[in-house]
Design a protein around this ligand. Sequence first.
Ligand SMILES: Nc1ncnc2c1ncn2[C@@H]1O[C@H](COP(=O)(O)OP(=O)(O)OP(=O)(O)O)[C@@H](O)[C@H]1O
Ligand code: SF4
Ligand SMILES: [Mg+2]
Length: 328
Amino acid sequence: MAALLDIRNLHVRIPVGFGHVHAVRGVNLSVEAGQTLCVVGESGSGKSMSALSVMNLLPPRAMRDADRILFDGVDIAQLGPRQMAELRGNRIGMVFQEPMTSLNPAYTVGNQLMEVHRRHRGSSRSAAWARAAELLELVGISNPEMRLRQYPHQLSGGLRQRVMIAMALMCEPGLLIADEPTSALDVTIQVQILRLLRDLQRRLGIAVVLITHDLGVVARVADTVAIMYAGQVVETGSARAVFASPRHPYTNGLLRSMPKPGNGRGEPLQAIPGTVPSLLETIPGCAFAERCARADEACRVGPIATTIEERHSFSCNHPADIRAREEV
Ligand SMILES: Nc1ncnc2c1ncn2[C@@H]1O[C@H](COP(=O)(O)OP(=O)(O)OP(=O)(O)O)[C@@H](O)[C@H]1O
Ligand code: SF4
Ligand SMILES: [Mg+2]
């Protein structure tokens, strides 16, 4: 099946006082209709910048460059600001990492939800109100009529996240991009919201790109996975293939650091030793080399071999044996 979203060779550079941060370095990502792609990686690996590139909502002065960003067959990298504004919130919904940055404290929840529908669908006030109430109910908020009259600061963090999801779904988008939609919430609410997303996705057939640090979440909801490191996708494939036989040493490290069920006594997580390289400088060779037990001179100077299998690909000169992730 053709991908609903297909990003090829995406680069994002952000000017800073003394140079630029090369935040995204040649990323390829794709997701099919009705599927969930989970994008995983440490803080600063370029997950949000990749997502914001699709929405054309990068920080001011950031430069985006891509061979293509195809959404439903149209290269949205070529669209102007007005055409992008028509897609955003309409055919592509986004739940941002910081809910308070995208909810306006000066307007009620109802006004903000209605505004999205009225702008994209030209609906009447009463139709938009009814739709907003329906969506709040859909995301599991009780007494929606009362909530619609409230301001964002009157809601708990969990409710605000749900409102954000409702807002992103107001116009029945084909694609939902959710950037850490649950990271600020306590575990019970996280689980509720993730179940809700999964359920909505099944019912509405939308494609979801879910950005998360949490491999437990990935294991529960992903159809496909992309592992990001220092602005690149180092391993990607079906969740089954990546979890069963991770090939990149970084993926192995991440999986080893994942809490295992039954570790009730709290076996400490194995952190991956070392730090992520600075994105202010050009990185010759493999960005993971300083932290990798398999690194050799060829890894440090590059180029790095990419292996593409049917449902799995990875960029590494010395990938792990496919039989066991314990080996690296
Ligand atoms: N406004 C900005 N100005 C300069 N650099 C930025 C800006 N926003 C992000 N960056 C840098 O771009 C890189 C990628 O950031 P990004 O926000 O995409 O990471 P992330 O993977 O989403 O991390 P997190 O998990 O913490 O949200 C990081 O090195 C970050 O410091
Ligand atoms: S390319 Fe080399 S340094 Fe990079 S992850 Fe693979 S083995 Fe390690
Ligand atoms: Mg982020």
